[in-house]
Design a binder for this molecule. Sequence first.
Ligand code: SAM
Length: 212
Amino acid sequence: MRARYKPWADDYLKENNNIVVPNPSDYKGDWQAKFTNHAPIHLEIGTGKGQFIMGMAQQFPNVNFIGIEVVQSILVSAVQKVVEEQPGNVCFISDDADNVTDIFGENEVDKIYLNFSDPWPKNKHAKRRLTYKTFLEQYQSILKPGGEIVLKTDNMHLFEYSLVSFSQFGMELEEVVLDLHEFNDPTNIMTEYEEKFSAKGQPIYRCRATFV
Ligand code: SAM
């Protein structure tokens, strides 16, 4: 996802420290305290400009949503949406997904969304794909037993790779959809990338996988 470099991004994220959690590992094992409730926690990794997480937060007010995004200039757009709409059930972490086990305790997260993750097409970069086995190990640790990963992408190669990676890890595939928009699903919240690619007529793939 491209974003113009915003030299003020760091200051803006720090100013909005009620929305962008400053020292996220302080909440490790106690994220519900951040939301002052006992609702389930859903984590979006690579949250981008925040359209999906905002839509989900509105559709599911009884779920706590946390978005993690590594690029500050991109995260700014997501934070601006929360500042405007003031949902009580969304916050963000400005960090790399590679640190999730430092940030969340074991069995703390109910669901993980991977939306249009960077495909890293070269084999030498496979370890950076968010469905590489080292990431799956981390997701398994922070997810509750039976917790699921929901992946959406327009990229057939990343989709195939991820299905194989999930299976080799011993995960169970609960759903595999090859054209998500073939039938209108009013409950599907589109991401920025999903809108862009589906407008070009590209099929959107989705799968749901659980650790067993
Ligand atoms: N999810 C959004 C969507 O569907 O519109 C954005 C998709 S964009 C292709 C991928 C996003 O993931 C970018 O914003 C990128 O900065 C973020 N990202 C990539 N690797 C990441 C990582 N290791 N940790 C956190 N965010 C990451």
